[in-house]
Design a protein around this ligand. Structure first.
Ligand SMILES: [Zn+2]
Length: 201
């Protein structure tokens, strides 16, 4: 059974948002177009309380994009983004969501960040997504969204570890840093994740 997992296609990650991914808006029509080819469509939202630990504004003397350590894990400090209930946390207005059977929200605990749709960064807390997908009968999992080099990458990594047959839809995803993504792409291919495009699903 084929499932499409759409990661964080939210206003704050689109140009003019608070943490814009270059050309992030270009993936929206592609994601809309492919949804009908799947048995199950799931969306995720980064969904932070305003005092979230990943925001530079919550650390005195720290700047956006500084690296700190939290619970023994490296943590990049971000601009405030995807704050619960704000317009920035909403899905892009053009994104079709009628087919979404469920929406999984992550980063909801103020003390831990979650790049992956499955687990927080320290693998302390599960979102329940893996169990949900297994119960629904998902075998093939196609991932897309924002950003390729962060949340889509970490989700794909966890998905393959959970035993799903994983496909990364490259043109339905955009990276915050293209060079970083090229390196991660090699790592994902080595893990057995298949890189595909929207026209070859
Ligand atoms: Zn976040």
């Amino acid at each position: 059974m084929k499932t499409l997992l759409i990661i964080d296609a939210q206003n704050d990650f689109i140009p003019n948002g608070s943490l814009p991914v270059p050309n992030g808006d270009q993936i929206i029509p592609i994601i809309n177009k492919i949804q009908d080819q799947f048995d199950l469509v799931i969306g995720t939202q980064d969904w932070h309380p305003k005092d979230h630990i990943s925001f530079a504004s919550n650390h005195d003397g720290k700047s956006v994009f500084d690296e700190i350590e939290i619970h023994g894990q490296p943590q990049t400090l971000w601009p405030n983004h995807c704050v619960q209930g704000t317009a920035g946390a909403e899905f892009h207005p053009d994104l079709k969501t009628e087919k979404f059977e469920a929406i999984f929200r992550k980063g909801t605990n103020k003390t831990i960040d979650s790049y992956s749709a499955f687990y927080d960064n320290g693998h302390l807390k599960s979102t329940g997504l893996a169990g949900y997908l297994k119960e629904k009968g998902t075998t093939q999992l196609f991932l897309c969204g924002l950003a390729s080099d962060i949340c889509v990458y970490f989700s794909a990594r966890d998905a393959v570890k959970e035993g799903f047959d994983c496909f990364f839809i490259e043109d339905a995803s955009k990276a915050l840093d293209k060079d970083v993504f090229e390196k991660l792409k090699k790592e994902m291919i080595a893990m057995g994740i298949q890189m595909v495009t929207s026209t070859s699903i």
